[in-house]
Write a protein that binds this ligand. Structure first.
Ligand code: IDP
Ligand code: MG
Length: 155
């Protein structure tokens, strides 16, 4: 049986501005991912310095941060089997024009930084990023009647 994991997703300001929140949330719902946390987050400069620390020496760092602060973002924690890699697969690669057709970024966007969505890329990143944006009491453990179909016996 695969591992059940939690992963962090942020819907970026372009998703909110372009009225794509429902479309993106719907794709994750249809996959069977379980939403265990969700809220609006107003990102601060300090949060973004941490979140995008791996890009701090890039020439686009300041404009990336400004973009991410244009509106609140929608943060969520999704749970499922291999959720970290499955969500990245559905999201598609960073440059929407190189992403596979059928992915969120390929189907719905054309450029960076406005590629609609952030998703954790490793177990370590998911752990750190969930803690960065959510308190423990904001993450919910609950039963859904579909759990037995989606998470039942299998491979
Ligand atoms: P990821 O979001 O697919 O994990 P990262 O390399 O971690 O990709 O980059 C974080 C975000 O920074 C990207 O999603 C994108 O919004 C932005 N970004 C990445 N490369 C560029 C660039 O060359 N120019 C402008 N923005 C970029
Ligand atoms: Mg990344």
């Amino acid at each position: 049986m695969a591992d059940k994991q939690k992963t962090l997703v942020l819907l970026k300001p372009d998703a909110l501005q372009r009225d794509l929140l429902g479309e993106i949330v719907g794709r994750f719902e249809r996959k069977g991912l379980k939403f265990v946390a969700m809220k609006f987050i107003r990102l601060s400069d300090e949060m973004l310095d941490e979140h995008y620390a791996h890009l701090s020496d890039k020439p686009f760092f300041a404009s990336l941060k400004a973009f991410m602060m244009q509106t609140p973002v929608v943060g969520m924690v999704l749970e499922g089997y291999d959720a970290i890699s499955e969500v990245r697969k559905i999201v598609g690669s960073t440059n929407p024009r190189e992403a596979d057709a059928g992915t969120i970024r390929a189907d719905l966007s054309m450029n960076v930084p406005s590629n609609l969505i952030h998703a954790s890329d490793s177990v370590e990143a998911a752990d750190t990023e969930i803690k960065r944006f959510f308190r423990e009491e904001e993450i919910f453990d609950y039963e859904k009647i579909t759990d037995r179909y989606i998470f039942g016996e299998g491979i």
